[in-house]
Design a binder for this molecule. Structure first.
Ligand SMILES: [Ca+2]
Ligand SMILES: [Ca+2]
Ligand SMILES: [Ca+2]
Length: 195
């Protein structure tokens, strides 16, 4: 291994930009820290969107799904510290997402995509359709006007469904790609952010 290969790759501006957006989306109450309450807030938002009342069994199921997501996020990103600030997140991203072991990165992405399917593939057909994708945008309070375009970008084979494989590719590109034209940049709307 030569010296260049042992150097940590630095985050590019585009990657930082996308990681910032991801942080912003997860920090549901916008207090600059990602905590369990943010994940619960997103779950509750979804329940309101789907008209599911608190006394309904489904409500508990959705909230506990997001609790599981939080537990995994907390485990991966901040060693179960209970809260992740921007420094935690960017440190994790640089070490694990950009420079990390390929197998761990793949595991992280597959876990994450599994969560998205658990939480948003409402009809359990193994695909995310446009309606389900719009729900994801609404739940995370992403500007919905970008949802249809983002959906078309991520639907690589144009069958009007996002498959698990397509979503895995999108998440990988979202986290890692330095290419401003990568379709995965659209995972959470509007491609490359203007500065
Ligand atoms: Ca927060
Ligand atoms: Ca579905
Ligand atoms: Ca497709």
């Amino acid at each position: 291994m030569n010296f260049a290969e042992t150097q940590l790759r630095m985050l590019t501006e585009l990657q930082t930009n996308k990681l910032e957006r991801f942080f912003y989306i997860l920090d549901f109450d916008r207090n600059g820290i990602i905590e369990k309450e943010d994940f619960i807030g997103i779950a509750e938002n979804l329940c309101i969107l789907w008209g599911i009342k608190e006394e309904n069994e489904k409500y508990k199921k959705i909230v506990s799904g997001f609790e599981d997501s939080w537990n995994r996020f907390n485990f991966f990103v901040n060693n179960n510290d209970g809260r992740a600030n921007w420094d935690h997140w960017i440190h994790f991203a640089e070490e694990m997402i950009i420079n990390g072991d390929e197998n761990l990165f793949n595991e992280y992405v597959e876990n994450y995509v599994g969560e998205l399917f658990d939480n948003f593939d409402m009809d359990k057909d193994g695909y995310i359709n446009l309606d389900e994708f719009i729900d994801l945008f609404v739940a995370y309070r992403i500007e919905v006007r970008f949802a249809a375009k983002a959906f078309r970008k991520l639907d690589l084979n144009h069958d009007d469904l996002i498959s698990r494989g397509e979503l895995i590719k999108a998440v990988k590109e979202f986290f890692r790609s330095e290419d401003p034209d990568a379709p995965g940049n659209w995972l959470f709307g509007r491609g490359v952010l203007p500065n």
